[in-house]
Design a binder for this molecule. Sequence first.
Ligand SMILES: CC(C)(COP(=O)(O)OP(=O)(O)OC[C@H]1O[C@@H](n2cnc3c(N)ncnc32)[C@H](O)[C@@H]1OP(=O)(O)O)[C@@H](O)C(=O)NCCC(=O)NCCS
Length: 154
Amino acid sequence: MEGITIRKMSPADLSEVSNIENLCYSTPWSPNSFKYELANKEAILKVAVFNSEIIGYVCIRTILDMTHLLNVAVLPEFRLRGIGSMLLKNAVGELKRLQPNTKLTLEVRQSNIAAIRLYEKFGFKVTGKRTKYYQKPEDDAILMELDVSLFFSD
Ligand SMILES: CC(C)(COP(=O)(O)OP(=O)(O)OC[C@H]1O[C@@H](n2cnc3c(N)ncnc32)[C@H](O)[C@@H]1OP(=O)(O)O)[C@@H](O)C(=O)NCCC(=O)NCCS
């Protein structure tokens, strides 16, 4: 989609990001969760901007030798236009420059076909399942992993 830019998230973005978070999840992160990640040197947080408005974001964080994709969301009216893909490309591309050999892991609701398709597109493979991991509504988690050394951003 034309006119979208991806840039680093800053503390000034918190209220817009939290509004999107509340629209997207039944158990949303609090603004403090985003603040915590923004203060963490091991975290990569990016926003997608269109007409000066934030329309999506992604959060990745490294803990020891593993990196976790903690959050990615796009405003409902902007979905299926490649913005989730732009966010992932940008954030995982940066991760690869910083840590070319890390593994990127994530959990996703088994029912979340949109997110699973997005992750599969970037080469994430299913590595396991956690039964009844999610509440509101109850759901299993699919565990996925990407070998970042195999990630190509083009
Ligand atoms: C998951 C999410 C971030 C995807 O964002 P998006 O901007 O729509 O993603 P894209 O347009 O880049 O789509 C990526 C791929 O997934 C596919 N996809 C996305 N939504 C889909 C859907 N509802 N059904 C089937 N495929 C879908 C697209 O077709 C695309 O594949 P393609 O390039 O081969 O066509 C978005 O649906 C969202 O914000 N969901 C709510 C928050 C959420 O669940 N986050 C994940 C938590 S683990």
